[in-house]
Design a protein. Structure first.
Length: 396
C-alpha cells in the first residue's frame, strides 16, 4: 500500500521555516512562523511559567489520566479569562470547557462536534484567514466558504462588504470570527463594529465560533476580549477556541481549550456528555502539564500579576517594532506609505508586499516571509531592523 503514496506539498508556513533553517546566511531573518521573539530574537520561557513549573514539580503527586475534558480547575480558569469575573454565563453554568491539545486541537474538536449535530451546515471563514482554518474544517467534513473581510487597496477592514457577506449567510450555518489580532491581517473590528456583527448574527440565526488565540497581545487581556464578550452577552449559543501558545509562551506544551456556551445549564450538561464521546474517540484525554501551568498562574494573585506584566512587555515590544518598521521604511525612502502597520493589532501584519517581492527578499536577502506578504512583527528586532527596511525598500 505505502509505495503508492505521493509526496505531499509542504505546509506553506512550516515549510518556510524548514527552508530558513537550511539557509546558511548568518544574517537571515525569519518573519514567517507565528512565534513570539524577544529583543534578542529568542523565544523565552516566561518567568511566571518557570515559577509555576517549580510549584507543580514540588506539589504534583500523580501522573494519572486527566478526565476526558481536563481538570475542572483548568476549565474554570479558561472561562474566567474568556468571560470575566461575575459573568452570568459562568454563574448560570451555561458554559462547558474541554482542555484540548492546543488551539488547533480546539478548532478540530469543535468542528467535529458541530458536524455531528449540524451535518448540512456550511462553515464560513474570513477572506483571508489563517491558512489552516480551511483544512481543519474541511477535514471535519464541512464545506468551507468565505465572507468578505479585508480591503487590500486601503489595507483596512472592508466593514461594509463584511456586513453584506454576513447578512447573506443562511440560517443555521457557522461563522468563524477572530476574537482579536486577526491572523493574517492584524486588522480587527472596533467595539461598535462588533456590536453590528452581533446584531447580524442574531438576525440571521447563525452560530458564532470565535478563534481566540492571542488574548493580551493586542490592546490588553481584558480589552482584547470585549468583542467576543459583547457577542457572548447577547446570544444563546457560542463556541470559543482558546490557545495559550502565544500569551503564555506554551508553544510545545500544546495547551488549548474549546468552550461551548449554551442557552441553559441543562443543555450544557447534555452537550458535554456528547462532547466527551468526540474526544474519547480522538485523543481520549488531554496532556496535563500546560494546563497545570495556566491554572497555577491564573489561580495565584502574585503569579497572575507577574504574567500580566510579561504579556504587557510582549505587547509593548510588538507595538515598538511596528512603529520602528514604519519609521525605518520612511527613512530608507520607501515610496509607499506604511503607516497602516501601526494601526494593526498583534503579531501579524499584512505588509502589502506581493509574491514576487517576497520571493526576491528570500532569494537575495535571506528574509523569509509568507507568500501572502504576512509578516510576523514579533520576529523583528533592533538588530535586524535596518537590514530589513533596506531590503524592503529595495524590492518595492
Amino acid at each position: 500500500m505505502f509505495e503508492k503514496i505521493e509526496m505531499a506539498a509542504p505546509d506553506a508556513i512550516l515549510g518556510l521555516n524548514e527552508a530558513f533553517k537550511k539557509d546558511g546566511n548568518p544574517n537571515k531573518i525569519n518573519l514567517g512562523v507565528g512565534v513570539y521573539k524577544d529583543a534578542t530574537g529568542s523565544t523565552p520561557v516566561m518567568a511566571s511559567v518557570k515559577a509555576a513549573e517549580k510549584t507543580i514539580l514540588e506539589t504534583q503527586t500523580t501522573k494519572s489520566y486527566l478526565p476526558i475534558t481536563g481538570s475542572a480547575e483548568y476549565g474554570a480558569v479558561v472561562q474566567g479569562l474568556l468571560f470575566g469575573a461575575g459573568s452570568d454565563i459562568i454563574s448560570g453554568k451555561r458554559a462547558v470547557t474541554a482542555h484540548t491539545p492546543g488551539g488547533t486541537g480546539a478548532l478540530r474538536v469543535g468542528g467535529e462536534f458541530l458536524k455531528g449535530i449540524r451535518p448540512d451546515a456550511s462553515f464560513w471563514v474570513s477572506d483571508p484567514t489563517w491558512a489552516n482554518h480551511v483544512g481543519i474544517f474541511e477535514k471535519a467534513g464541512f464545506e468551507v466558504k468565505k465572507y468578505a473581510y479585508y480591503d487590500a487597496a486601503s489595507k483596512s477592514l472592508d466593514f461594509e462588504a463584511m456586513k453584506k457577506s454576513l447578512s447573506e449567510i443562511p440560517e443555521g450555518d457557522i461563522v468563524l470570527l477572530h476574537g482579536c489580532c486577526h491572523n493574517p491581517t492584524g486588522v480587527d473590528p472596533d467595539l461598535e463594529q462588533w456590536g453590528q456583527i452581533r446584531d447580524i448574527i442574531i438576525e440571521r440565526k447563525i452560530l458564532p465560533f470565535v478563534d481566540f488565540a492571542y488574548q493580551g497581545l493586542g490592546n490588553g487581556i481584558e480589552e482584547d476580549s470585549q468583542g467576543m464578550r459583547l457577542i457572548a452577552s447577547s446570544v444563546k449559543e457560542l463556541v470559543v477556541a482558546s490557545s495559550f501558545s502565544k500569551n503564555f509562551g506554551l508553544y510545545n506544551e500544546r495547551t488549548g481549550a474549546i468552550t461551548f456556551v449554551c442557552d441553559s445549564s441543562s443543555t450544557a450538561d447534555k452537550l458535554v456528555s456528547n462532547l466527551k464521546l468526540v474526544i474519547r474517540r480522538n485523543y481520549s484525554n488531554p496532556p496535563s502539564h500546560g494546563g497545570s501551568i495556566v491554572t497555577t498562574i491564573v489561580s495565584d494573585a502574585k503569579l497572575k500579576a507577574q504574567w500580566e506584566a510579561e504579556v504587557k512587555e510582549m505587547r509593548d515590544r510588538i507595538k515598538q517594532m511596528r512603529q520602528g518598521l514604519v519609521a525605518g521604511l520612511k527613512a530608507k525612502g520607501a515610496g509607499a506609505d506604511f503607516s497602516f502597520i501601526t494601526k494593526q493589532n498583534g503579531m501579524f501584519s499584512f505588509s502589502g508586499l506581493n509574491k514576487d517581492q517576497v520571493q526576491t527578499l528570500r532569494e537575495k536577502h535571506s528574509i523569509y516571509i509568507v507568500g501572502s506578504g504576512r509578516i510576523n512583527v514579533a520576529g523583528i528586532t533592533a538588530d535586524n531592523m535596518d537590514v530589513l527596511c533596506s531590503a524592503i525598500a529595495e524590492v518595492l
